[in-house]
Design a protein around this ligand. Structure first.
Ligand code: ADP
Length: 539
């Protein structure tokens, strides 16, 4: 007989995370609205059986243990099956961001050494472009998440339903070491290429437990959760893991979240908790107003990825009596690290006071997550509500390093991670994000590298210098503004700049909407671009 593992040493792995799906929560519903608007209903029990079939299928394909298997997919039940099947069969779940350009995807797939890709039918054209760029060289298997294979120039594509159909619905459980990789997600680099953030089984388990707890999203078997945040972006903020582990009914929406689709799912499925970037909630508010009511059971909108504007928070409170609860995190922190719930002592505060002191802040650190704010010399600054500094974090679901040890300068010698955000701490433990030292623009929840865009614009004939800054935008949170120094005799227009960027690997949504012609780019004392000056001039 094998000696049992001492109870307190049971591995915190994907098997433990998903252990109740087929038993305790077998009847709990999973609702997915597809890209064509049709709804599909299933249960955790069925999802689990199919995930086990997927595990057998991955074995049949001959994929080694420990290799990355990627998904290029929207939110939906098949993606959930991949969330379970890939790590439980001891492979690494690598979510590819469908909003990236084919050039970036080609780089990431090669860099991660993905051996198989599970992709959505409507994303086939993207993958064909990746293939045309030579980006699928190391990929041995292409699986379309569908019942049939569409017409395609890609070689050897198999249909997911055919792949799993004849496989057994039970897979023998595996004693996976909790410190081995479970998932992977790339994050945009300020300069150069995206970097891989790798999560272990243990970090994913601990993050999911924290996300489910009342200190964070407070989700369990009485809930219906609707992660509007994509499963391809930082594991839908851990909500999918947390919901599956704690038995919450889950609702998924494929494609872009239109206000009409959001409103009908929130109403029909009686969603209690939802989460997404501020951009999503702007559009929904008008839709709810025109429908004349709030979703009946919705008790919180978790809003992160960018600071939700005060008017948005106030509107949801005033018109719908729904709290917009700000959260902060990063791909590198799995991502959830803080959330802005009011403390018990603030119970009698009026809403105006709560908005000022709690809701417009990035929150309180989650249990297990430590934060400090430092000046440029590395000295801690006081949490006095005034002093500003670089935010550093440390905790069991912050990555140890980027893939292959890249980006080592983001980690301090004494074990902290430099977030690239500038924060102000308050004496009661809340903090707020005041600025960003990383040179990136965040539009609708996704990144645009200003440095890459500047380099591309400066490669245009007639451009001497270019600086790209983020300007606030009511709908997308931020949009890029291109400031260009033209050579005399050259006429540079926004159309020419946009066409040039499109031809150089930028996606349409990333293109600047505005151009300012300037005489020179202002510089700091050490010769760096002084974007503060440009922001003051143009924002
Ligand atoms: P996610 O979009 O899931 O938060 P990313 O890694 O794409 O993860 O982005 C993380 C960055 O987004 C943070 O470092 C910060 O710059 C910004 N961010 C996230 N949440 C907030 C927030 N509540 N307020 C301000 N900025 C935020």
């Amino acid at each position: 007989m094998n000696t049992p593992v001492p109870m307190m040493e049971i591995e915190l792995n994907a098997w433990l995370l998903y252990s109740h799906l087929r038993t305790v929560f077998a009847d709990t519903e999973v609702v997915s609205q597809g890209i064509d608007g049709t709804r599909h209903w299933t249960t955790y029990g069925e999802v689990d059986r199919r995930a086990h079939q997927l595990m057998h299928a991955l074995d049949s394909l001959g994929l080694d243990r420990g290799v990355p298997v990627a998904t290029l997919a929207w939110n939906g039940y098949r993606h959930l099956e991949a969330y379970i099947g890939i790590p439980c069969s001891e492979r690494i779940m690598h979510t590819l961001n469908v909003r990236l350009s084919p050039e970036d995807l080609a780089f990431i797939i090669g860099h991660a050494r993905d051996r198989a890709i599970l992709f959505e039918t409507d994303l086939l054209p993207v993958l064909e472009q990746v293939h045309a760029l030579g980006g699928l060289v190391g990929v041995e298997h292409l699986v379309v998440l569908d019942a049939t294979v569409p017409d395609t120039t890609l070689p050897g594509v198999v249909a997911y339903e055919d792949l799993i159909h004849d496989e057994p619905t039970t897979y023998p459980s595996r004693a996976i070491d909790e410190l081995t990789p479970m998932g992977m997600c790339y994050t945009s680099g300020t300069t150069g290429r995206p970097k891989g953030a790798v999560y272990t089984h243990r970090s994913t388990y601990l993050h999911a437990s924290a996300v489910a707890s009342p200190a964070a999203m407070n989700i369990g078997p009485t809930d219906t959760i609707f992660p509007v945040v994509p499963m391809f972006h930082a594991s839908a903020w851990g909500m999918v893991h947390a919901g599956a582990a704690s038995g919450a009914k889950q609702v998924f929406l494929a494609g872009s979240a239109t206000p009409a689709a959001l409103a009908s799912l929130l109403h029909d499925e009686r969603v209690t908790v939802t989460a997404g970037v501020p951009t999503v909630w702007h559009g929904l508010a008008d839709e709810l107003a025109s429908l004349g009511g709030r979703p009946p059971d919705l008790r919180a909108i978790i809003c992160g990825g960018a600071q939700p504007p005060r008017v948005l928070i106030e509107r949801y409170h005033r018109d719908f009596d729904i709290p917009v609860v700000q959260a902060w995190g990063m791909t590198e922190s799995s991502p959830l690290a803080s959330i802005a719930w009011p403390k018990a002592a603030y119970r009698d505060w009026d809403e105006g006071h709560l908005v000022d002191q709690v809701r417009t802040r990035a929150g309180l650190p989650l249990p297990g997550m430590n934060m400090r704010i430092q000046d440029d010399e590395g000295a801690d600054v006081p949490w006095d509500g005034v002093s500003m500094g670089n935010l550093l974090i440390r905790g069991p679901w912050v990555i140890n390093s980027y893939l292959y040890g890249e980006g080592a300068d983001s980690f301090t010698e004494d074990g902290w991670f430099r977030t690239g955000d500038v924060a102000i701490g308050f004496p009661d433990g809340y903090f707020t994000i005041a600025d960003r030292t990383k040179d990136l623009i965040k539009s609708g929840g996704e990144w645009i590298s200003s440095v890459d865009m500047e380099a591309a614009i400066m490669s245009m004939p007639g451009v001497i210098e270019a600086a790209v800054i983020a300007i606030p935008d009511p709908r997308w949170d931020e949009r890029p503004l291109a400031c260009v120094v033209p050579a005399s005799d050259f006429v540079i227009s926004i159309e020419v700049v946009r066409d040039h960027l499109l031809a150089n690997g930028f996606s349409k949504w990333q293109l600047p909407d505005r151009l300012e012609l300037i005489d020179e780019v202002p510089r700091t004392s050490v010769g760096k671009y002084d974007k503060k000056v440009l922001r003051a001039r143009f924002v």
